[in-house]
Design a protein around this ligand. Structure first.
Ligand SMILES: Cc1cc2nc3c(=O)[nH]c(=O)nc-3n(C[C@H](O)[C@H](O)[C@H](O)COP(=O)(O)OP(=O)(O)OC[C@H]3O[C@@H](n4cnc5c(N)ncnc54)[C@H](O)[C@@H]3O)c2cc1C
Length: 388
């Protein structure tokens, strides 16, 4: 946790431990992951051994029981190595396990959280639909009651890790009249349910080791005990889950940006033009100084919001600000990294190019920049003036 604005000894220890893990396990596996567009089995196993699938899962269910700040501190280190690693961990630690941990029955927690904590089970979180992304209140996937069963019909898309997940947390409409105000419910759907199929898997402009897929629910029958939380509480569940998710996306941006900065500094020291190192030119120095300053600001926002969340505060506004700033910051920093590398920055064999490609989705996923700005301004101006 934060003590007088600085990380505690325990948090520093977790950070340093994660850094060693990154150097020993993740960095040597990046080339294989990029080449195969899949998470290597050896990395999956090492993440399991380190307990990284269950960082935020309570200890009683086999997790490490860490708070959001410690999770963010570790994610920052892992994000320094590659965004795909943090994306791989996101559902087991955040989006899905948070919903199950906060709202699940004892039986649901026992059944799912233990497997999520160890990494024996993978999860995904399905809210977005082809006709409802930013406007999550407009989803049309329907769950209807039939006797003591629920029947789910609809289509979700861009769902991270849906193709490899064992369980999906899916948000569906259970009362069309009420819609987002009490008419949506969260369900747990196992992947061996014959009514849940992967319709297609997308290729993105970045690395696709963790893929985004379209899930089709066709007369997908689940028991009453598949309801997560209260019937009608699904929209609230999704929004609360996303608050913490935004902090973790921002933490990943900070790690990603730090890597770009490290590459910039190294190149500016080594590359000579007109007989002098690039780093001796003010134009280059200022790009480096601006990047370092923006990374520091984003890191401070992330740590501050996470620490306040750990103290039980509702952090929607801070989460939106951290996600907005960090996701736009990484685009600027990665762009400067390319600029400092010149032509080499465009060549595939130099890693800075891939860092740039992999930054773009940060400004879209888990609420695009425009939506974060709307949330922030609505908190300041009121919902009479600011609506989506
Ligand atoms: C890599 C990646 C992973 C993802 N993983 C998941 C996942 O695991 N689970 C899941 O449920 N979803 C996931 N998503 C989906 C993501 O949450 C949506 O893409 C995002 O919410 C935006 O929705 P959209 O793509 O439909 O864009 P749209 O809603 O169509 O918006 C298009 C553009 O218009 C802007 N816009 C929309 N409405 C307004 C407005 N009122 N005022 C001003 N501007 C507006 C948006 O900000 C955006 O820039 C993922 C997306 C990506 C890229």
């Amino acid at each position: 946790m934060l003590e007088n604005g600085a990380l505690s000894d325990h948090s520093r220890e977790l950070r340093d431990h994660a850094r060693v893990f990154v150097e020993r396990v993740l960095e040597p596996a990046v080339a294989e992951m990029q080449q195969t567009q899949a998470i290597p089995k050896s990395v999956h196993q090492a993440l399991k051994t380190a307990g990284y699938f269950g960082m935020t899962v309570p200890e009683q269910y086999g997790g490490l029981g860490l708070g959001l700040l410690d999770y963010a501190v570790i994610l920052e280190q892992i994000g320094w190595s590659h965004r795909q690693w943090t994306l791989y961990l996101a559902n087991n630690n955040g989006l899905a396990s948070k919903a199950i941990g906060d709202l699940g029955t004892e039986e649901q927690r026992d059944r799912y959280l233990r497997g999520l904590a160890t990494g024996d089970f993978l999860a995904c979180f399905a809210l977005t639909e082809p006709e409802a992304g930013s406007d999550a209140g407009a989803i049309s996937t329907r769950a209807s009651k039939a006797g003591n069963k629920w029947i789910i019909n609809g289509r979700k898309h861009y769902i991270s890790a849906a193709d490899i997940a064992d369980v999906t947390v899916v948000i569906a409409v259970t009362d069309k009249e009420k819609g987002a105000r009490g008419g949506m419910t969260a369900f747990l759907v196992d992947s061996d349910n014959p009514g849940r199929t992967i319709a297609r898997t997308h290729n993105t402009i970045g690395i696709d080791a963790v893929k985004q897929s379209e899930i089709l629910f066709e007369n997908c029958e689940v028991d009453e005990d598949a309801v997560l939380g209260e019937v009608g509480g699904g929209f609230k569940t999704a929004m609360r889950t996303l608050d913490e998710g935004r902090i973790t996306v921002a933490a990943s941006c900070v790690g990603h940006a730090q890597r770009c900065l490290d590459l910039m500094v190294e190149h500016a020291r080594e590359r000579k033009t007109f007989g002098k190192p690039l780093g001796s030119r003010q134009a280059i120095q200022w790009m480096i100084a601006d990047s370092a300053t923006e990374i520091h600001a984003a890191r401070t926002m992330v740590y501050n919001a996470a620490a306040r969340s750990d103290q039980g505060e509702r952090i929607s506004q801070d989460a939106s600000m951290a996600k907005l700033f960090a996701s736009e910051m990484i685009s600027r920093v990665a762009d400067r990294a390319i600029q400092i590398h010149g032509g080499a920055g465009i060549m595939n064999e130099v890693e800075v190019g891939r860092w740039w490609c992999d930054t773009r989705h940060y400004r879209i996923g888990e609420g695009a920049s425009e939506i974060q700005r709307t949330i922030i301004s609505r908190n300041l101006l009121g919902s009479e003036l600011v609506s989506l």
